[in-house]
Design a protein. Structure first.
Ligand SMILES: [Zn+2]
Length: 368
């Protein structure tokens, strides 16, 4: 089965209060809605969680590897421990290899975004060694009947670095069935390290991808267009539905801007109530007042998940038409302050990404 399109994966999070835990389950039939896709992360979801007990109704689980937390928080977990959880406990559809973050080797700076080349090389070698170890172990799990696909992490803020990493990885092992990488931010002041450059890499490799940690409206539209154009399957996650609720963010019901308030700040609460928000007809808001929405974590989170899901569905349909896509890109570039200054550059970059021929055609068939 071949599937194209882009799919949003909300990060599974755990709350201690039982009533929140119950209502947070967008992947179970609940009073609000059912959305059967999950992004599970070992140190967020919890390595004690299993698919059969905790996510029995999930249709799709992508399991992150937690490389960042293993290094940063000094977790005593090996890449094989993580694989065991991903494959045998959570029974992930897709699991990611454990990468070792660049800062683990950075002596001069702790800024993740600017890695010296020698650090990048070490970072790449150790991460790829983990990927090969896991890939070889996965063969044993496959023989036991487990069906998880292992996708490799690729790092780098631009096309050149990512291609270097990819070549190092695949020269020894061969292709993985998919890859994932953390999206660079458009807020990054270094113009050579940019999501446009990263997406050129994804286009050229021409297989299935997961985009880590970023899903502003424009990016989701571009993912959707690329997936249809190149007939690939893309997923992306964000912790910001959860972060949104921790930081008191209520997403614009149509996900075109970001409305926010600070729960602790009474003035903000009043402002929120005075201004209201665009009427939201989602299955959560229609059951609650504004006051209830901003004072209860779970409806807020579910609203945020729902509007992202709705945006995802919308762009998957709309971007199949070139004219609609171009029109949407123009609108989003105008509406989002971060692109105001450089909208022509982004417009051209996106056009090149979507409409220019690639050097390497084909790629691997989608496996679904
Ligand atoms: Zn709503």
């Amino acid at each position: 089965m071949t599937e194209t399109g882009t799919r949003y994966l909300p990060v599974s999070i755990t709350f201690k209060r039982p009533e929140w835990r119950q209502a947070m389950h967008w992947y179970k039939n609940n009073p609000y809605f059912y959305y059967p896709y999950i992004f599970a992360s070992p140190f967020v979801t919890g390595m004690n969680k299993t698919r059969d007990v905790d996510f029995p109704e999930a249709e799709w689980i992508t399991a992150d590897s937690g490389g960042f937390q293993i290094s940063k928080l000094g977790k005593k977990v090996s890449c094989l421990d993580v694989l065991e959880w991903q494959v045998t406990k959570i029974k992930a559809n897709v699991a990611f290899t454990v990468d070792v973050p660049a800062y683990a080797y950075q002596s001069e700076t702790d800024n993740l975004k600017y890695y010296p080349e020698k650090d990048f090389n070490k970072y790449m070698e150790v991460s790829n060694a983990n990927a090969w170890t896991a890939a070889s172990k996965l063969e044993e799990y496959k023989n036991e009947g487990y069906k998880t696909q292992l996708w490799a992490v690729i790092q780098g803020g631009n096309y050149t670095d990512m291609m270097k990493w990819y070549n190092h990885l695949t020269k020894t092992y061969g292709e993985f069935p998919g890859y994932t990488f953390p999206m660079w931010s458009s807020f990054n002041p270094a113009p050579q390290q940019d999501w446009l450059s990263q997406l050129r890499f994804a286009k050229e490799i021409g297989t299935n991808f997961h985009f880590l940690g970023k899903c502003e409206p424009l990016l989701v539209a571009v993912f959707a267009k690329m997936s249809h154009k190149f007939k690939k399957f893309y997923t992306y996650d964000t912790s910001s539905a959860a972060m949104g609720l921790m930081m008191g963010k209520f997403h614009d019901p149509y996900f075109l801007s970001s409305l926010s308030y600070t729960k602790k700040n009474v003035e903000d609460q009043v402002k929120f109530d005075m201004q209201g928000h665009p009427p939201c007809d989602c299955p959560v808001c229609t059951k609650h007042t504004n006051y209830e929405m901003i004072n209860n974590y779970y409806p807020l989170l579910l609203h945020n998940v729902y509007v992202r899901k709705r945006w995802n569905d919308y762009v998957n349909v709309l971007t199949q038409d070139d004219e609609c896509f171009d029109d949407l890109v123009n609108k989003l570039l105008r509406m989002q302050p971060v692109y105001q200054k450089n909208k022509e550059i982004y417009k051209e970059g996106i056009n090149n990404l979507i409409y220019e021929e690639t050097k390497k055609s084909g790629g691997i068939e989608a496996f679904f």
